[in-house]
Ligand binder design. Structure first.
Ligand code: HEC
Ligand code: HEC
Length: 279
């Protein structure tokens, strides 16, 4: 059996047969990144080779200035530095890097991603016009569109779900605080009111109601006026069969989100049940 060539095979396996992406068009597709790179502090491009020997997706005739712009786009898009993909050490001059080498798996994945992104941006998305039309101006797909400044573009829910599965709810709380500290305001994660509520809901769905309540309480630390969090808390206590706590939480929710029929209905149900039980 023939061993598949990793780079020529993998990326194209997502392409319909016979589509061949024009390597030259990348210069336009990534023009934006070049522009973006131009505004940044100048990188010692004297330290970077003028000629490139291992370009498999970017056009061979790309100028150094353009290539550096594309590379900065990668680095910023993923929130990493050159050594994340290239053989070389943080703090060492770039002249000591071996940019040609494909030793790092991250570089090989980045090449796959480059081809995928180019295919989607250049070949697939324009097809939207056959459905109707495109956003005006059309949205350009770049590494940043998905990655938002991180190498593995997980959502916050996924990130926490993963930690919960491996290490439990307390560790997830610690991770949330850490990530918030590091990334708040950078658009990498959604630290809004509903992320932890989504996580709590999934936990509730798995029957892990107590864990869900812990996550809602964590949310209330950051959103103390969140009526939806109190509602979620009420749901949790109701599911646990703790009506007094549930009623208190629903009442707080009602105070914060007045007139919500769902909250009103829950309160009525619980109060009626309490009267029956008490009477
Ligand atoms: C996310 C991964 C990633 C990051 C970060 C990255 N590169 Fe690259 N780089 C690549 C890939 C993939 C290629 C090969 C592209 C191809 O095959 O067309 C490449 C190719 C190169 C080459 C051409 C090597 C040759 O001779 O073929 C140079 C030079 C280079 N990068 C410099 C840089 C510099 C400088 C930085 C930091 C500003 C950087 N790269 C950051 C992935 C990355
Ligand atoms: C359509 C969304 C999307 C776009 C666009 C995209 N990526 Fe990715 N990328 C992903 C996803 C999803 C993963 C995680 C895949 C997995 O392992 O499950 C990933 C993983 C990676 C990884 C592996 C990271 C690691 O440490 O394992 C690298 C490197 C990477 N992308 C580079 C790039 C570069 C460079 C670009 C732009 C040329 C790009 N990506 C564009 C979605 C995207």
């Amino acid at each position: 059996m023939r061993t598949p060539e990793p780079f020529s095979r993998c990326p194209r396996s997502i392409l319909p047969t016979r589509v061949r992406v024009d390597r030259r068009s990348l210069l336009t597709a990534f023009g934006l990144l070049v522009v973006l790179g131009a505004g940044l502090p100048r990188l010692g491009s004297a330290q970077i080779p003028e000629e490139f020997n291992n370009l498999q997706v970017l056009p061979e005739e790309i100028e150094q200035r353009q290539l550096v712009g594309v590379m900065r786009g990668f680095a910023m898009g993923l929130g990493v530095r050159c050594w994340y993909c290239h053989v070389g050490e943080e703090g060492k001059p770039l002249s000591e890097f071996d940019f040609e080498s494909d030793e790092k798996l991250t570089k090989k994945k980045a090449r796959f991603m480059l081809e995928m992104t180019q295919y989607l941006d250049e070949e697939r998305l324009p097809g939207l016009t056959e459905v109707g039309d495109r956003a005006d101006p059309a949205v350009r797909l770049t590494c940043y569109t998905c990655h938002r400044g991180r190498p593995v573009p997980r959502t916050l829910e996924e990130e926490l779900g993963h930690v919960i599965a491996e290490e439990g709810v307390d560790a997830a709380g610690a991770r949330y605080r850490e990530l918030r500290e590091e990334f708040y305001g950078q658009g990498a994660f959604n630290f809004g009111e509903f992320t932890l509520l989504n996580v709590a809901e999934s936990l509730g769905g798995e029957g892990r109601v107590e864990d869900g309540i812990e996550i809602v309480k964590l949310n209330l630390e950051f959103f103390p006026e969140s009526g939806f969090s109190y509602f979620a808390l009420g749901e949790g206590y109701r599911m646990l069969g703790e009506p007094a706590e549930a009623i208190a939480a629903y009442e707080k929710a009602q105070e914060l989100v007045p007139g919500n029929p769902m909250i009103g209905r829950r309160l009525q149900e619980l109060q009626a049940a309490a009267e029956e039980g008490g009477g």
